[in-house]
Design a protein around this ligand. Sequence first.
Ligand code: UD1
Length: 339
Amino acid sequence: MKKILVTGGLGYIGSHTVVALQERGFKVVVVDNLSNASIDVLVGIEAITGTAPEFERLELRDKSAVADFFREHQDLDGIIHFAASKAVGESVENPLLYYENNLHSLVYLLQNCIEHQIPNIIFSSSCTVYGEPDQLPITEQAPVKQATSPYGNTKQINEEILRDTCAASKLQAISLRYFNPIGAHKSAQIGELPVGVPQNLVPFITQTAAGIREKLWVFGNDYPTADGSCIRDYIHVVDLAEAHVVALQRLLQQQSEEAFEVFNVGTGKGSSVVEVIQAFEKTTGITLPYEVTDRRQGDVVSVYADTTKANNVLGWKAKKSMEEALASAWKWEQQIRNQ
Ligand code: UD1
């Protein structure tokens, strides 16, 4: 049985990936500093899979604590690294927090990978590395553009750290560039748990539908798109979790063509903000109060993935629909309100 370390495994994408790994027979060790996740997520994972993963509260910024952890866990076959700060606006206000947290954690993990000969790592990257793309859909060959936020910059730098480390060692890495993950596990046992006012569209929609927010603000309707709102590639988090399992198997079976590989993980379909609202209303039967306001600083007009490489090379494809994702997000929102 292969043993996999999942950092940030109690977070939104991490928890869904732990479920997917356990369902495929992997033994999972989760570390999380609980800065943006609840320990109760372990209960949700156990309710779905019948097994709670081994868990340790660990601060990845603490070099000696990370070294201690690896000394005690000599039998790891690979790492999936989710643990990171992820709020774009916060990163603009507090860049050093982002550089410290997101860069140190990867460097310390990699030092230990090399010391303890753990050759496989999957990294949580983002389509934000492409900035405002010149061509749509975006392929992995598209240039990495000057980052528009420290958060985005940490993703770019982390990819460079991985590329350089792979070139200088036996490490193999896969960087998954996520588009916009939404939805929750169909059981509603795990899902997204935003702290405070949600920054992302779908949690804001579900909180508005639940009456926690008065209305949804649509950030701009004067973009050069059909209905004037921005276009994104929204991917069901369960499909995204599955991509990690497939990427891990590629590493474990030594199928990589290059030591450092990147894959877009999206659906390939772009949807506007207004289309997401309409899909939510149609799926749930709820009329969502919303109003258009100014553009949000830093938003790009349109991004959606060319998924050919992930489809053909990784053998992975998103299967779930926008409606399924929104229905699961709404079920999850209702479930957390009823607790
Ligand atoms: C961005 C990054 C993504 C990063 C994520 C972290 C890009 C292309 N994407 O996602 O890599 O991981 O931040 O948070 O840089 N919207 C509203 N009203 C709201 C909230 C959002 O209209 O209340 C709109 C936004 O303007 C945007 C869309 O909904 O057009 C999606 O926004 P959001 O969910 O925040 O994700 P991104 O900004 O695309």
